[in-house]
Design a protein around this ligand. Structure first.
Ligand code: IPE
Ligand code: MG
Length: 209
């Protein structure tokens, strides 16, 4: 969900206002995606590198994730099951504060029985670190390191291969997102910063499937 900062900058607003608008837009896009019968929507909310941002900005983004994972009533009304992908909370480098961990666990448990779209939020996520951990675990599996054993040891093995990867805000390059899962994915590039990504943008991305 790239481009929140630039969206805000263009309006003379602080970057945090862009993140707030980005969170609101995710709620809108989730509604539209459900209407379009999308089965799986995965969003990059916060990367393993994003901890290096200024403390106040990180704190603001953490609060927005607490809010996002707190939208349980809305998700239940939409029959959406929420999932999370990222570094395990007990791994040595993990820095996710307790209140965000709690919000994540509660949202997953409270929407576990929903049978509609699966919304997966990547938080404290990095594709390369996911792969390092998966290969490390795959080594201990009976067959050793194989495509299947790596797939089975990813953070969320149930996540299907990516059909369309969306890059917002004019970034025309791959990021550290779902590297293994997006082999063969179509890529939709748009100049729209994430807060401006709307139904027409989503439909243009879906047209690539
Ligand atoms: C994406 O917007 C939000 C996060 C990475 C948390 P950015 O903050 O990267 O916005 P730009 O790229 O500076 O416009
Ligand atoms: Mg950015």
């Amino acid at each position: 969900m790239d481009g929140n900062g630039r969206w805000a900058g263009k309006r003379g607003l602080p970057r945090t206002a862009g993140h707030t608008e980005g969170e609101e837009n995710l709620a809108r896009i989730v509604r539209i995606a459900v209407r379009r019968n999308i089965g799986w929507l995965t969003v990059f909310g916060f990367s393993t590198e994003n901890w290096r941002r200024p403390r106040p900005e990180v704190r603001h983004i953490l609060g927005l994730h607490e809010k996002l994972f707190g939208r349980v009533d809305e998700l239940n009304e939409l029959n959406v099951r929420i999932q999370w992908i990222g570094r395990p909370f007990d791994s040595p480098e993990a820095r996710t504060p307790r209140y965000v961990q709690r919000a994540i666990r509660k949202a997953i448990a409270s929407t576990a029985d929903n049978t509609g779209m699966v919304l997966t939020v990547a938080f404290d996520y990095g594709g390369r670190s996911e792969l390092v951990a998966a290969v490390d675990s795959a080594r201990q599996s009976p067959d050793g390191v194989t495509t299947d054993s790596i797939s089975a040891n990813l953070c969320l093995p149930e996540l299907p291969p990516v059909d369309v990867l969306v890059r917002t805000s004019g970034e025309r390059r791959v990021s550290n997102f779902l590297l293994w899962q997006s082999a063969g994915a179509a890529i939709y590039f748009t100049d729209a910063p994430w807060p401006d990504f709307d139904a027409a943008e989503l439909d243009a991305a879906l047209a690539l499937t």
